[in-house]
Design a protein around this ligand. Structure first.
Ligand code: 6GU
Length: 229
């Protein structure tokens, strides 16, 4: 997979992309992540990429010109056209299901907005989908882009080592994950449940399924309702 990130702050991505699974996935050629600075496509010598909203109101809006030019530039870097995604609180909320779908794409072009948002013609003209990562406001789409990249890349074949697995992750079966324990057997008076030491794999699987269900009922009952996309 190739992921292009279009942003005014490429330096924000340096450390998340250079550690752990995201680093290894790039080193192993599982994903190619390319950063491009939208400001490099500003038309004037002040490198202006935002302007006041027509109709008045606070803040600044991302201008269409630099974003279009930036997308057209990155499109020329690879034959795969790619799916354009705008990161904005106006988008549909990102979910594990969405991560799974995006992980099947050959190329993603993620555009992180700053200021009050994007000129609407960016969404219309690029046929872009809008994604939000939750009901709160961030200073820009950069952290949201990182969240999406992290969630998508770990689903790519080979991204997780043999000992890791994404199939038991919370949400992947529509439930929160069951409780996990490791050594020591007793910690500050708290004991590991006997069942996990029993060696009875069938009973352990049943216990985990039951725990996952109880947890989900208690903490995230919304996940059990039939309200998925
Ligand atoms: Cl994608 N962008 C911004 N600025 N805030 C957000 C978001 C995105 N998702 C949730 N909050």
């Amino acid at each position: 997979m190739r992921i292009d990130i279009l942003t005014l702050f490429p330096e924000m991505f340096d450390s998340p992309l250079s550690a752990s699974i995201l680093k290894r996935a790039q080193d192993d050629g599982i994903v190619d992540i390319v950063l491009t600075n939208i400001r490099d496509f500003a038309a004037d010598s002040y490198r202006k990429v935002d302007d006041k909203p027509y109709g008045g109101g606070p803040g600044m809006v991302m201008m269409p010109g630099p974003v279009f030019d930036c997308v057209e530039h990155v499109r020329e870097l690879s034959l795969e056209k790619g799916r354009v995604i705008l990161l904005t609180p106006q988008g549909r909320t990102f979910t594990q299901q969405k991560a799974g779908r995006l992980s099947k794409e050959k190329r993603l072009i993620l555009i992180a907005g700053r200021y009050e948002g994007f000129d609407e013609r960016i969404r219309i003209g690029l046929g872009a989908e809008q994604i939000s990562i939750g009901d709160y406001v961030l200073n820009g789409g950069e952290l949201a882009a990182m969240v999406i990249i992290d969630a998508v890349v770990r689903l790519l074949p080979g991204a997780l080592g043999d000992e890791d697995s994404s199939k038991d992750d919370s949400f992947s079966q529509g439930l929160l994950e069951y409780p996990q324990y490791t050594r020591p057997e007793v910690f500050r008076g708290m004991k590991v449940p006997d069942i996990l030491l029993s060696g009875d794999h069938k009973k352990i699987a049943q216990w985990r399924q039951q725990q996952a269900l109880e947890r989900t009922q208690k903490i995230r009952p919304d996940l059990l309702k039939d309200n998925k996309e």
